[in-house]
Design a protein. Structure first.
Lengths: 383, 46
C-alpha cells in the first residue's frame, strides 16, 4: 500500500448512502423486536436472545437479497445505478449483521451452558448424511465465511492487487453464499416453525433475485453475440454524449451486418455508436481485412487516445470512413473476418481493455478520462 | 464485468436456481408434521 492509502474515500454521496442504510437497518430490527415483544413477549433470557437471532437473521437475508438484486436492476435500468454506487458498504454492513446473528446464536447456547451441544452439532458426522436433520448451522457458517471474504476484499486495494477479473470472479462466490443461506433457513427454522411467512420470504426473495439475474443475462446475450461476431476491437456502447460529429450520421445508416449489433443499444439508447477497445489476436487479424483508413485519423480525444494505444496497426474507427457505403463494406469485411477466425480456431479473442469493463471506483473514472465516449451502457452496467 | 463473467452468470444462475428450488421444495415437503396438543393429550389419557 502506498503512503496515500485511505481506508474509505468518503464523500457526501457515500455518507448519505450509508446514513440511509444504517437508519433502515436500525428501523427494521427495532420494529421487529418491538412487534415481537408486544405480540409474544419472551419468557426467559434464551427466548429474548432467540428473538434477536431471528431479527438479525431476517435482516441479513433481506439485505443480501437487495444486494444481489441491485446488479441486475442496474443492468436492466439505468435509474438503479445510484444504488450500485456504494454497494460495497452495503455488503460490509450485511456481513456485520450476519456476524451479530451468529454471535447471538453462540450466546443462546452459552447462557444455557450448552456449548458442548453446539460443538456436538457440528461434529456429529452421521447427520451430514441426512437431508432433514442436516447440521444447518454449518451452511450458515460457510455462508458467513464467504461474506467475510467479500467484506475483507471490498476495497480498491484488493481490486487492484487481485486484478479486476480475479476480484470479480472471487466476489461471484456470493451467489453460492446466497444459496447456502436459503438452505440454512429451509433446513433450520423452517423445519420447527410452521409460520408461513418463512417459506414465503425464502421463496419470494430467491425467485426475485433469480428472475432478475436471468432477465439481465438474457438481455445481454445479444450484445455478447455481437462482440463475438465483430470481435475486431469494436465494442457497442450506449448513446453518444460527446461523440464525434460523424457518429450520428453513421448511426443513421445501420447496415445489415451491424443491425444485429445495434439491437441491444436500440433498446436503451436513441442511437447506437461504437467505441474502440484494444484487443489482442483478433484485432491484429482484422487489420488485414478492414477497408478503413490508417490509424491516428480519429477525431475526438477518446478515439485518438484509443487508437494511439494500439501496438500494431489495425482497423480504425468506422467514423473515419468516407461514406456510409464504405462503412457498410468495412463492417461486412470485419464480420466476415470474425466468422473466419472463429472457424479457424476455438481460442477466444483476448479483451485487453479490461479496466474499461469494470465499474467501481477509480478504475472506471480513469478509463473514462482516456476514452470519454466509451463510458456507455457496458461500462456502467457491469457489476 | 467481462464477457466470460457474463457467460458464467448465464450458466450459473439456472443451475443454482434449480438446485436451491429442489432443496427448498424437499425441505418443505419432508418437514415433520406439527405437534398437535390434542393428539398428545389423548395419548396421555388412559
Amino acid at each position: 500500500m502506498s503512503a496515500g492509502f485511505r481506508a474509505v474515500q468518503w464523500n457526501r454521496a457515500k455518507l448519505v448512502y450509508d446514513g440511509i442504510l444504517l437508519a433502515a437497518v436500525v428501523l427494521y430490527i427495532g420494529t421487529y423486536l418491538l412487534l415481537a415483544y408486544r405480540l409474544e413477549p419472551p419468557k426467559d433470557e434464551p427466548g429474548a436472545i432467540d428473538l434477536r437471532i431471528r431479527a438479525f437473521g431476517t435482516c441479513a437475508f433481506l439485505m443480501l437479497t437487495i444486494i444481489l438484486s441491485i446488479g441486475p436492476l442496474a443492468r436492466l435500468d439505468r435509474r438503479f445505478l445510484p444504488l450500485l454506487y456504494n454497494r460495497r458498504h452495503f455488503g460490509v454492513l450485511t456481513f456485520f449483521v450476519a456476524l451479530l446473528h451468529a454471535s447471538f446464536m453462540v450466546e443462546w447456547f452459552a447462557v444455557q451452558n450448552a456449548l458442548p451441544d453446539l460443538y456436538a452439532e457440528f461434529t456429529r458426522i452421521a447427520d451430514y448424511g441426512k437431508f432433514i436433520g442436516f447440521p444447518f448451522k454449518v451452511l450458515g457458517l460457510v455462508a458467513l465465511a464467504i461474506l467475510f471474504l467479500m467484506a475483507a476484499t471490498s476495497h480498491d486495494f484488493w481490486l487492484v492487487f487481485l486484478t479486476p477479473p480475479v476480484w470479480k470472479a472471487l466476489h461471484m462466490a456470493l451467489y453460492v453464499a446466497y444459496g447456502l443461506v436459503v438452505m440454512h433457513v429451509a433446513l433450520g427454522i423452517m423445519q420447527s416453525d410452521r409460520n408461513p411467512l418463512i417459506p414465503a420470504m425464502l421463496a419470494g426473495g430467491f425467485a426475485c433475485v433469480t428472475v432478475l439475474h436471468l432477465a439481465a443475462g438474457w438481455r445481454e446475450r445479444a450484445g455478447d453475440r455481437c462482440d463475438k461476431l465483430t470481435g475486431d476491437g469494436w465494442l457497442l456502447v450506449g448513446p453518444p454524449r460527446r461523440s464525434p460529429t460523424r457518429v450520428p450520421a453513421l448511426s443513421r445508416h445501420p447496415t445489415a451486418s451491424a443491425s444485429q449489433c445495434s439491437a441491444t443499444a436500440r433498446r436503451s439508447a436513441r442511437s447506437p455508436t461504437f467505441a474502440p477497445i484494444r484487443t489482442g489476436r483478433s484485432g491484429r487479424a482484422a487489420s488485414s481485412t478492414a477497408a478503413s483508413p490508417a490509424r491516428g485519423t480519429a477525431t475526438t480525444t477518446g478515439w485518438r487516445m484509443a487508437v494511439r494505444r494500439r501496438r500494431t496497426p489495425r482497423s480504425s474507427s468506422p467514423t473515419a470512413c468516407a461514406s456510409p457505403a464504405a462503412w457498410s463494406r468495412s463492417i461486412r469485411a470485419r464480420c466476415r473476418a470474425a466468422r473466419q477466425r472463429r472457424s479457424d480456431t476455438s481460442e477466444p479473442p483476448l479483451l485487453a481493455f479490461r479496466r474499461m469493463s469494470h465499474t467501481h471506483g477509480r478504475l472506471r473514472e480513469h478509463a473514462c478520462k482516456r476514452a470519454p465516449i466509451a463510458c456507455g451502457r457496458r461500462g456502467q452496467g457491469a457489476v | 464485468m467481462r464477457r466470460a463473467h457474463r457467460s458464467f452468470h448465464r450458466v450459473l444462475w439456472p443451475v443454482l436456481a434449480l438446485a436451491v428450488a429442489l432443496g427448498f421444495i424437499m425441505a418443505l415437503v419432508l418437514r415433520p408434521p406439527p405437534d398437535t396438543p390434542a393428539a398428545t393429550a389423548q395419548e396421555l389419557k388412559p
